[in-house]
Design a protein around this ligand. Structure first.
Ligand code: NPQ
Ligand code: MG
Length: 370
C-alpha cells in the first residue's frame, strides 16, 4: 500500500469544565490530528500529547515538529506502508511515542476503512460494549467533589476515579466512600505526586476499599512502587511508568504493579497497546484502558482497544458530554450498566465532521510524496 499524503491539523476544543490534576489544570485541549491518505482512502489519527510537557515530555507543538521534520518524511519515503510496519519504519527515531501512535492510528483507520473491517475486529476484540468510568479532577472543596461525583453517579457511571495530591487525598476519598456506599467503584490517581515517605497516606487509603491506586510515585520509580505494593492491600497500578512492552513486563515481574493502565499514545500506538494487553493476559495481570481527554477520534480507537478480552476493569472512556459541548464526530453516549458501545463500522467506525473540524482548526500542514 502507498501512503500518499499526511495532513497535520491543530484544533482547539474547550472542555465543558476545567480538569485539575496534581500536575496542572486543563481548560481546553490543543490537539494535533493526523489525516493520512493511503491508496486514495483517508484515515484519522489523534495525538494525545497535551499543550504543555507536564504530564509527559511530549507536547502538541513538539509532536507536530517531530512529525513534520522526521516521522512523516520517513513514512512517505517508504515503498510500502501498512499500519503493522509504521512502528518499525519509524524505529530509527528515538522516543516520541505519542507522535508515532497518531501516525499509526491514521494509517490503521485508512487501511481498515478500505478493507471494510472495524478496528475492534482487527485487534481481536470480544466485546460489543465496554464498561467505563469517569475521571474526576481535584476540586476546591470536598463538598464540591461530592456534588461532582453525585452528578456522574446520577448520569449512570458505576466507577469513578478521583485525582489526588498531597493535601487532597485520604479525607476526600473517605468522604466519597461514606456518601456513596460500597456499590460505587472508586479508584484514585496521584499522577506521580508522592514519594515513599508518604506511605502513611496510602495505608490510610487502604481503608476506603479502592479498586486500585494509580501511579503514586515518579514515572521511573519501579522499586518504590514495588515496596508500596508489599505494604498495602489495595492494588498498585502504573500509568506514566508503563512506556514500553519491556517496561511493562519488568514492572509486573518486580511487583511494581498488579494492574496496568494501557494508554495507546503512551506506548507508541494501539498495536503496542494490544501487545501489552496480550502479555498481561498471559501473565494474569488485569488491565484497563486509560484516557487523555481525547476527541471522538481517539475515543473511538480506545473503545476498540478496550473490547479485547483482558480489559476487565472499567476504562477512562466517558461519554462525549463529559468532555465536549460538540465533538468532531457523533457523540458517544453512556448506555446501561455504565457502558459505551464499541464502534462497529470500518476503521474507527466514526464519521468525522469535517466542517466542524475546519471551524476549530488553528493550523494545517500537508506533506506529500512528490
Ligand atoms: C491520567 N487521564 O490517567 C490522565 C491524565 C491526563 C482521564 O485522568 C492533556 C495532557 C490532557 C495530559 C488529560 C485521565 C490530559 C493529560 C488527562 C493527562 O493520568
Ligand atoms: Mg493516570
Amino acid at each position: 500500500m502507498t501512503l500518499e499524503q499526511i495532513e497535520l491539523r491543530r484544533i482547539s476544543l474547550p472542555l465543558v469544565r476545567p480538569f485539575r490534576t496534581s500536575f496542572g489544570i486543563q481548560t481546553e485541549r490543543d490537539v494535533l490530528l493526523i489525516r493520512a491518505t493511503v491508496d486514495g482512502v483517508d484515515g484519522w489519527g489523534e495525538c494525545v500529547a497535551g499543550a504543555v510537557p507536564d504530564y509527559s515530555s511530549e507536547f502538541t507543538a513538539g509532536a507536530q515538529l517531530v512529525i513534520e521534520q522526521f516521522l512523516a518524511p520517513r513514512l512517505l519515503a517508504a515503498d510500502h506502508v501498512t499500519a503493522a510496519t509504521v512502528s518499525s519504519t519509524l524505529g530509527g527515531i528515538d522516543g516520541h511515542r505519542m507522535a508515532k501512535a497518531a501516525l499509526e492510528l491514521a494509517v490503521l483507520d485508512a487501511e481498515l476503512r478500505a478493507a471494510g473491517l472495524s478496528l475492534s475486529d482487527h485487534l481481536g476484540g470480544v466485546r460489543r460494549t465496554v464498561e467505563v468510568g469517569v475521571s474526576i479532577g481535584i476540586t476546591d472543596t470536598i463538598d464540591e467533589l461530592v456534588t461532582v461525583v453525585r452528578t456522574h453517579v446520577e448520569e449512570g457511571y458505576a466507577r469513578v476515579k478521583l485525582k489526588i495530591e498531597p493535601g487532597f487525598d485520604a479525607e476526600p476519598v473517605a468522604r466519597i466512600r461514606r456518601e456513596f456506599g460500597d456499590d460505587l467503584a472508586i479508584q484514585v490517581d496521584a499522577n506521580t505526586a508522592y514519594t515513599l515517605d508518604d506511605v502513611g497516606v496510602f495505608e490510610t487509603l487502604d481503608a476506603s476499599a479502592l479498586l486500585l491506586i494509580e501511579q503514586p510515585f515518579a514515572e521511573d520509580d519501579l522499586l518504590d512502587h514495588a515496596e508500596l505494593a508489599r505494604r498495602i492491600n489495595t492494588p498498585v497500578c502504573l500509568d506514566e511508568g508503563i512506556t514500553t512492552r519491556l517496561v511493562a513486563r519488568q514492572a509486573v515481574e518486580l511487583g511494581a504493579c498488579s494492574i496496568v493502565n494501557i494508554k495507546a499514545g503512551r506506548v507508541g500506538g494501539h498495536l503496542a497497546g494490544r501487545d501489552i494487553h496480550d502479555d498481561c493476559l498471559t501473565a494474569g495481570v488485569r488491565v484497563w484502558c486509560g484516557g487523555m481527554l481525547e476527541t471522538g477520534i481517539g475515543r473511538a480507537a480506545n473503545l476498540a482497544l478496550a473490547s479485547l478480552r483482558g480489559f476487565t476493569l472499567p476504562g477512562d472512556i466517558s461519554a462525549t458530554d463529559r468532555y465536549w459541548q460538540r465533538d468532531v464526530c457523533d457523540p458517544f453516549v453512556l448506555g446501561p450498566d455504565s457502558s459505551i458501545d464499541v464502534p462497529k463500522g470500518p476503521g474507527l467506525g466514526i464519521d468525522v465532521d469535517e466542517e466542524f473540524v475546519d471551524a476549530i482548526t488553528t493550523e494545517v500542514r500537508t506533506i506529500s510524496t512528490d
